[in-house]
Every structure is written in C-alpha cells, then in structure tokens.
Design a protein around this ligand. Structure first.
Ligand SMILES: Cc1ncc(COP(=O)(O)O)c(C=O)c1O
Length: 423
C-alpha cells in the first residue's frame, strides 16, 4: 500500500468504519457510482461555503461542488433563505406553484432556443423525457450519440458511454466519434429513417471536458434535420458557461435542451425545454405523452433554482472563468516544479486535469490512472476534495484567498505524489 493511501486510511477511521455497515445495505456501500473510489469514499457530515467536513472532522476545500450542481457552493445563504421561507409553507403540492412558474419564465427568457419547459427530478430523467418526446414526434426508436458521451443513468445512453458492446449493448443506440461531423453525417444518411434523436453534450463533461467546434455542432444539427430527427443538446453541466447556456457561446439552436443541476439550486432537478411544437406533445389537452411526476417543479427545488439561476450573472461567469484560468496556470507550475507530467482541459469554470504531457482523447480508461488515483487521495490528505476523475469545479463563493490556499495545497499534493512515485 502506498504511503498516500495509508495516510488517507489513518485520517479517516470513521469513514472506514461506515463502509462495512453501508455495504450490508447498499451495493459497495454506496448509492452513486461517480462518487465511489477505492479504498472507500468519505462519509460527509456537513458543508458550508467552500468547505466540506467529513465524519472524522477533517475539513476539505471543495472543488467538486457536487459534480457541478452547487454553483454557489454549500448552504448558500440566499438559497437557504428562499428554501426556509418555502418549507414553512408546505412540502410538495398536487398543483402548480409560484416559484415553478418563475423558474420556467427565467429559463425561457434566458435560454434562446427554449419556448416551453417541463420539469422533472434529475438530468437523467430529463434526457429520458427528451428521448420520449423525440420518439413520439418522429415515430422512430433509435438514438445517435457520441462515443463516451454522458447523458445519465439509462440503458440507451449508457450504451453510448460504455461503447454499446457486451452487457451494455442496447439495440436502439448508435454511436459515432465525438467531434467527427463526417461520421455523424454518415450514420444519419445510413440510418436516418430509424433515428428519432441525436444527443450531444455542449461539452463532454464526464469524459474529460472535450470540446467541439461550433461548425461540428451545426453540421450535426443540419444532418439531423435532413433526416427528419430531433437534435437534443445536453446542457446539464454546461448551462453555467454563460447566462443562457453554452449554446449561446456556440451560436447554435437545438430543438430540445436538457437541463439539471444548477437550475435546482443544489436540490434534485431536471428539465426539458425547446421548440413549442415539440414541447406541446406534453400538453395534456392535446399532447400524446402522459408526463407526470410527484415531485416535478416542487416548491423547494424551484425556490432554490430561481435564486441559483438569477445569481448566475455574466460577471459571475467571467470571474469564475478568470479564477479557473489562474488555477490552471498554478497547477501547471506546481507540476513542472516537481517533474510531474501535466495537462489540463478548461472550459469556463470547469477544468479536467491529466498527468500526461499530451491531452488524451475522450475515453474512460486513463493511461495516468494510477497517478490520478494518488493525486486524488493525496488531495484529500491535504484538505482538498475533487472528483476522482480529475474534474475541478469552481463556485461563485470561492474567494481569491480560497483560490490561493487551494493552489498552495495542490503544490504540496503534487510534491507528495512525485515523492511517492520516485520511491
Ligand atoms: C451531461 C450530463 N447529462 C446528464 C447527467 C445526469 O444528471 P443526473 O445525475 O442529475 O441524473 C449528467 C450528470 O452528471 C451530466 O453530466
């Protein structure tokens, strides 16, 4: 066992003890694959602002922000206030509420391609609903998506993420390489009359923040329309990249957009929005889809969501982007200082780090997996929390002092890892 892993185990005895207890009642003692890692994940006790605290009392500066859902960090006071006001008035109601309408108005106003919106409870559910709309509209079944694209937990999309082979194979999913417009055009020419929808992330979040050009998106959109299919842009992670989503930066106009994470202010949420004719399929007075959900647009989530989205100002987008740029530069200098290979992809306030000299293509398997694992554990040992795949996520409440402290902790982390590797 490495010195780094031994130190992690030594400082987290209560989290370790929670493992066997949790394993008796949940597979691997966990309920979320993305947050799982060996030897065992932490058990979190509380969090506020930029700081997470585990059940052993260790504190971490948080650069995961719950995989991007916490745009304003933990227990952001304006959201706590909005939610507290609503909680005192009830729980979840069987009909429309004020903040639900307010959040829908905000989304339609800000995201240019969205005429109408429907709420659900997760990004996965939003993508399933968008696929349902596209299938109903076209009368077709298949979905075309990028290899390694991530659209949540559902067989149709997991087949693309994992490669549509073996036990992940799914008959209705076709995959093409991310960024390769020729390949998407070819699939749409070959299978166009069977394809209901083409799904793309606005930037690949789960596969390393790989971006694609506006021209790629536009060619795929045009080919999708030539085939009579529906183009769905997944903005579950990327909505934060401008006040109206990354589609504004890219200059594209999807038929449907799927949303999640920040539009719930940190509470469970998902939404599909888009062209009025497509969204009208969900209208019970004339639509063909019975879409319901006990918690859709519930008052707690939507009250939090209104604050969260309203506080995503263009100043906040610019400031987080500038901080992320400084973080990237500092990490590169720290890595170079101890001879660790390093590369990084950054889009706005999101970064993905690699411990290789050359940026890898989108993929699940990483050549630098062992170094990444050491950096992740050493990060926690030094009081930094981030996703084990090297995704770093900024929030609006991170001060320049917080940033300086994070950079100095990373400096120590890289030195720990370089020492471990050389021994
Ligand atoms: C691009 C993208 N789409 C969909 C999802 C699924 O969202 P949820 O985890 O809320 O189901 C995620 C989650 O990380 C995502 O990154």
């Amino acid at each position: 066992m490495s010195v780094i892993e031994a130190a992690y185990i030594a400082r987290t005895p209560k989290s370790a003890a929670m493992g066997p207890r949790a394993q008796k009642v949940m597979p691997a003692g966990d309920t979320r694959a993305a947050g799982f890692h060996t030897p065992y994940p932490l058990t979190i006790a509380s969090a506020t602002g930029v700081t997470l605290t585990d059940i052993d009392g260790n504190e971490y500066l948080d650069l995961s922000n719950n995989f991007t859902s916490l745009l304003h960090g933990h227990a952001y006071q304006p959201i706590v206030d909005a939610v507290s006001r609503v909680i005192g008035t009830g729980t979840a109601w069987p009909a429309r509420n004020n903040t639900q309408v307010e959040l829908a108005e905000l989304i339609c106003e800000r995201v240019p391609s969205i005429d109408l919106v429907r709420f659900c409870n997760s990004g996965s559910e939003a993508n399933m609903l968008a696929l349902h709309v596209a299938r109903t509209h076209t009368g077709r079944h298949k979905v075309l998506m990028a290899r390694f694209g991530y659209h949540g937990s559902h067989e149709a999309f997991e087949a693309g993420y994992f490669g549509n082979t073996g036990d992940k194979a799914w008959p209705h999913t076709i995959i093409a390489p991310w960024g390769d417009a020729d390949a998407f055009e070819t699939e749409l020419e070959k299978h166009g009359d069977e394809i209901a929808a083409v799904f793309l992330e606005a930037a690949m979040g789960a596969s390393g923040l790989v971006q694609a050009s506006p021209e790629f998106f536009q060619r795929v959109i045009d080919a999708t329309h030539r085939a009579g299919a529906v183009f769905v842009l997944d903005e579950v992670i990327t909505l934060r990249l401008s006040t109206g989503g990354h589609q504004v930066n890219l200059g594209i106009n999807p038929d449907l957009t799927t949303l999640g994470k920040i539009i719930g202010g940190g509470y469970p949420v998902g939404a599909v929005g888009g062209r009025a004719d497509l969204m009208s399929l969900l209208d019970p007075t004339r639509g063909r889809i019975f879409h319901s959900g006990t918690f859709n647009g519930n008052p707690v989530t939507t009250a939090a969501g209104v604050v969260s989205f309203n506080h995503l100002t263009s100043d906040a987008v610019t400031r987080m982007g500038a901080q992320a740029e400084r973080l990237e530069r500092s990490l590169a200098e720290s890595a170079a200082g101890v001879g660790l290979p390093f590369s990084c992809r950054r889009v706005g306030s999101l970064l993905n780090v690699y411990f290789s000299d050359v940026l890898p293509a989108a993929s699940l398997a990483r050549e630098d997996a062992e170094t990444m694992r050491l950096v992740h554990l050493a990060g926690m040992n030094r009081g930094l929390y981030f996703a084990s795949r090297g995704l770093l996520v900024l929030s609006t409440v991170m001060s320049d002092e917080n940033l300086a402290e994070m950079c100095s902790r990373f400096d120590a982390v890289f030195a720990d890892v370089a020492a471990e590797i050389s021994s």
